[in-house]
Design a protein around this ligand. Structure first.
Ligand code: DGL
Length: 266
């Protein structure tokens, strides 16, 4: 059985690549809800419906575990999904506020970048409140980066002009850690590093996949020798966009470009 990895668009590729890096023997189904990206500009009710429909599709395809590779979808929908499918391991991704705060507990300043839905969501608020020591946590929504990633624009221009304008009111030198709380933003790590010179820029994808491994182990769901034989000639990843199998060469090339982009940066 495959592991389902989901995102509103192609940001979840960062989780898929991380999963393949940590578990190269497994097989995967990647589902991008491209009909509805960007989620960050939709209502919570719409997102709930999209996430639920997408998860149902992956479960119907026989996925043994689901990775919600989207901070926005996790923020809105993960508890609902876990109630709906209590027997399937469902791993989400959250802004890596915990490692940022653990590292900078003594009064550092942290900047969390995400979609507006994640930034304004109760889940992030509660996480920050629970962990809060003396550090200052600033939050900023960067919707333009989702669009740039979906259109495959990674060049320093227009990316850095967009970021400079978005950060205009902030003192960039005052930060001790930058948290990328949207999986699409991981494709721009180099630009964040350029702008925040030397400051750690972190995301939660490695931790999320470690958690997935732990859950698969606990549930005895790692790929078996019989499955390995059965999958011998199958592709390691099958690709779906809003319920349709991706077969178009130009779309597969767009996906490949993003996969390679992540590999270059990580
Ligand atoms: N990649 C998604 C996230 O991690 C959301 C992007 C969007 O659809 O707005 O939040």
């Amino acid at each position: 059985m495959r592991i389902g990895v989901f995102d509103s668009g192609l940001g979840g590729i960062t989780l898929l690549n991380q999963a393949i890096r940590q578990m190269p023997e497994e097989y995967y189904l990647f589902y991008a809800d491209t009909d509805h990206v960007p989620y960050g500009e939709k209502t919570r009710e719409q997102i709930m419906r999209y996430v639920s429909d997408s998860a149902r599709f992956m479960v119907d395809q026989g996925c043994k575990a689901l990775v919600i590779g989207c901070n926005t979808a996790t923020s809105v929908g993960i508890s609902h999904l876990r109630k709906e499918w209590p027997d399937i391991p469902i791993i989400g991704i959250e802004p890596a506020v915990k490692p940022a705060m653990t590292r900078y507990r003594k009064g550092g300043r942290i900047l969390v970048c995400a979609t507006a839905i994640t930034i304004n969501g109760e889940k992030l608020e509660r996480l920050i409140e629970r962990l809060k020591g003396t550090e200052v946590v600033d939050k900023i929504a960067l919707p333009g980066l989702v669009r740039l990633a979906e259109s495959g624009q990674f060049e320093k221009e227009p990316v850095e002009s967009y970021l400079r304008a978005a950060f205009a009111g902030l003192d960039l030198k005052s930060y001790d850690c930058i948290v990328l709380g949207c999986t699409h933003f991981n494709f721009f790590k180099d630009s964040f590093q350029d702008l925040f010179k030397g400051v750690p820029v972190i995301d939660g994808s490695r931790a999320a996949i470690l958690q997935l491994r732990r859950k698969l182990g606990e549930a005895g769901l790692f790929i078996t020798p019989e499955e390995k034989k059965a999958y011998k000639d199958a592709p390691q990843v099958v690709w779906y966009e809003s319920g349709r199998a991706v077969t178009d060469a130009s779309e597969l090339a767009r996906i490949e470009k993003l996969r390679n982009r992540w590999l270059q940066l990580n």
